[in-house]
Each structure stands twice: as C-alpha cells, then as structure tokens.
Design a protein around this ligand. Sequence first.
Ligand code: NAD
Length: 496
Amino acid sequence: MGIRFPPPGGDKVTTQNPPATLFIDGAWVPASDGKTRTISCPADGSFVAEVSEGTREDAERAIAAARRAFDGGAWASVPAPQRGDFLLRVAAELRARKDEFARAETMDTGKRLVESEIDMDDIADCFEYFGKLAGQNAGRIVDADNPGVVSRISYEPVGVCALISPWNYPLLQAAWKIAPAIGAGCSFVLKPSELTPSTAILMMDVLERLGLPQGVANLVLGPGAVVGAPLSESPDVDMVSFTGGLETGRIIAASAAGTVKKVALELGGKNPNIIFADADFDAALDNALNGAFVHSGQVCSAGARLLVEEPIAERFVDELVRRAGQIRLGGPFDPESETGPLISAAHRDKVTAYVRKGVEEGARVRCGGAWGEGDLEQGFYYTPTVLDRVTRGSSVLVDEAFGPVVTVETFNGEDEAVELGNDTHYGLAGAVWSQDAGKGQRVAARLRHGTIWINDFHPYLPQAEWGGYGQSGVGRELGPTGFSEYQEAKHIYHNI
Ligand code: NAD
C-alpha cells in the first residue's frame, strides 16, 4: 500500500511518491491525476500522512471492479459459513494489529488514544458478530398451501454496495457496513471521509492479506462531491449505505432515486437526556457529562439536550457547570486529558457560530463557549459549553452542533418529559434517568428514537439494531436487521 501509519513509538511516516493509497481491483494505485492530500492531526497540526486524492474516474473504475467481482461470483458464490469464517479471521487480525490501528485513528481524528483503543475492540467485536451471523445465513421453507409445491425463501447478496462513512468514528462506522456486506456476499466501494482515511487504508491491507478475492473490496479517497457522488449516481451500484450529516443524506437519497437503488442512511441526532428528580443524582451527572462531552461532542448520539425535572434542576445544572468547567482538554496521547479537539478549523468555526447564534436567540452561556488557549492553540479545541435559558424553537435546540455543547431545559412529570424529548425532527437516541423502573419503561416506550438507554448513556451492542426514527435516517445497522440490509430475499416457488 506504499504507506505506513504511524509507527508505534515514533513519528516517522513512510510514503511512496506519489502515494498509492487507492485500492482498486486488488491493486494499490495512486490517483489517476497523481493528486494527493496531506492529512494532519487536529490536536496539533502535526503531519500524519500524504494520501491519494481520487478522481471521479477512479471512483468509476472502483465501481466497475466491484461490479465485475460481484457478477463473476468470486465471493457471492462462496458458501455463507466460509464467508463467516473470513470475518472471524478479520476480527483476529484487527485484534493483533490493534495498537497500529488505534494510533492511526487517533492521529487522524485527534481522539484520545484510549477511546480509539475502545473503538478497535468494538470493531473486532462487530466483525465477530457478523462472522457468526453470516455463517447461519440459511433460507427458509414457506408453506405454499399445496402439496405439489415447494416454496422457499433464499437470502442473496444485494450486489455492489457503496459504503460512505464520516470522520467521527472513521473505522467503526465503516466496519458496521463492511462486515455485513462481506458476510452477505456483496462487493463494495468504501469511501471514508477525506479527513480521516488512514484506518480505511489499513483495513484494505487486512482484507487483501487475508485473501479476499480481487475486486470485492475497493477503496476510493477524496471529497464527497468528487468520489462520493458517482457512487450514488451509478447504475452499477445496487445499494448505498451512508453515515453522515442530514444535508449530505438528502443529496445522496435524491441522487440514488435516479436508479432506484437501495439506500440506508445513518444521519444525525438531537438526543434528549432526561433526568427525573428520582434519578441516581451522581450517576446521572457523570453520564450527562460523558454523554455530552466525550470526543468533544462529535458523536451522533451525544446527549446534547439535557432535560432536568424541576425539583433537582438548579442543583443538577450548577453541578454540571462546575464539573464541565473542570474537564481537562489535551493532546490525544496525554493520559491526563479528558477530551480532545474538534476535527478541523472549519468545524470549530461551525460550532462557534452555532453557540453565538444560540446566544443571539436568547440562550445564556453557563460555561465554555471559547477556544482552547496556550498549548491548545495549536489544535482545534473548544471548551465544554453549557447553555441554559434557551428559547423554544431556537436553532441550538433544533440543529445538531456536533461539538461539546449541551443545552438545558426543565420539565415537570412524564408527559412533559416525553413532549420535550420528542420535540425534534431527528430521532436517533435518548436516555431516561429514574430509579422508578416502571417510569423508565413507560417513558422509553413513548420516545420516538431508535435507541433509548435507561440509567445509562452511550452503550450499544453489535447484536442490537442501531438507527434513527424521523430524519435520523432510513434502515438499521447492526443486529440481524443490519445484516439483512445487505441482502435481497428471493422467493423460489417450485411446482413439482
Ligand atoms: P458528512 O455528511 O459531511 O460526510 C459524510 C461522508 O459523506 C464523507 O465521507 C463525505 O466525504 C461524504 N460525502 C459528502 N458529500 C457527498 C456526496 N455528495 N455524495 C456522496 N458522499 C458525500 O458528515 P461528517 O461531517 O463526515 O460526519 C458527521 C455527521 O455524521 C453528523 O451529522 C453525525 O451525526 C453523523 N453520524 C451519524 C451516525 C449514526 O450512526 N447515525 C454515526 C456517526 C456520524
């Protein structure tokens, strides 16, 4: 692949010139026009790697390779248990190379190393889960109500998939697509965020070394409008699975409609974290902080809307503000740091403008709302921010900040909690905190979000579906439904 990410314990990165980091039809190739992009770490601007910046033509070649591989049956015809075994071998390889992958992820994203290490464990778990599921991928016999007929359903790979992923959890979000696509027998073109390509490159290296047939896995790098757009437009792509922002999701859905391809969308969230007065105060507070500020709030399921019941609201918010002000921002390799930078200068500008607009619309900044100072000025740091007195309907309550910004509202009783919790066009995730189990279950049942945590925040399981109601998306990832997204169900009716 002509590139090495970042060597353990060192900062020397070796690259081929020009770098050949596109993986098309089983070969590592440079961009067709030789163009490259420099990747630097958002924590301090340090050089990470020089990678190929693909062209539209590169994306088209990748699609054609995936099409040939699929139509040739080199992978789709491999028995499902063997495809499952392949995923288990990928999981083992990822565990063996965990440090290398985690460091690369951290360099690209500025995310704390300890968080990247957790991501890598989760990614290996994901491959293991789909490995086991793929192996059990039997069809089923249905009763045709006629003794002269055998009627069966077979589950077949959907075909060529375009897998488009974001920068916040670069390899994790890609793995949620790659593993079921391979397990189901599809071929694919992966298009990671142009900001965070490193672990996608490493992943292709794993797939190549483990012997996935030529053309089944392809990687194109570059901006969405250049190498992403052809993926949703092409008649040779059967499905687009996209994770990213709402606006991009709309563009992709509209473009995919031209060829009526299957579309799965994992979009943003404006997730309520509902704290009842009878909650375990300390646990709810710890999780409110973690839910809002981990990875600097660049999490689709971040608890960005804190809803606190009136009797404890003042004490809870005062304590939240005090603790948020103490969160230690720092470099991703510093074991003392508690959260890291935003992904880019442009994204920090977006978060800054968002908070400013919220204040113009009436919100009060209780803490944060500033850029990192001193050593932190080398990176794109933004201080953990708590806003209260937010006007209903204000943009800070409606739009996704995707930064370390939490708004506070108060409520009384279950009905108002549900009303506020559902007051969003998104519907990705939410949490309910109460020591009354019945109340937790009742409120969870009425919330229109794809995942509800009761007395916790953020955990997810590879065996449990993940996805959104409303404008948080279409379809599901993970779980059996996340696998069947990559399949077509075929009915074979045999009149014997
Ligand atoms: P983004 O929409 O800007 O980009 C996502 C990907 O789409 C990138 O690879 C980008 O290059 C590509 N892209 C952009 N324009 C395209 C086009 N016209 N055609 C095809 N591809 C195109 O999102 P982002 O800023 O990278 O990620 C942040 C967003 O992702 C947030 O909104 C977050 O909530 C969302 N997200 C959702 C989940 C989830 O599970 N629901 C998980 C992680 C992130």
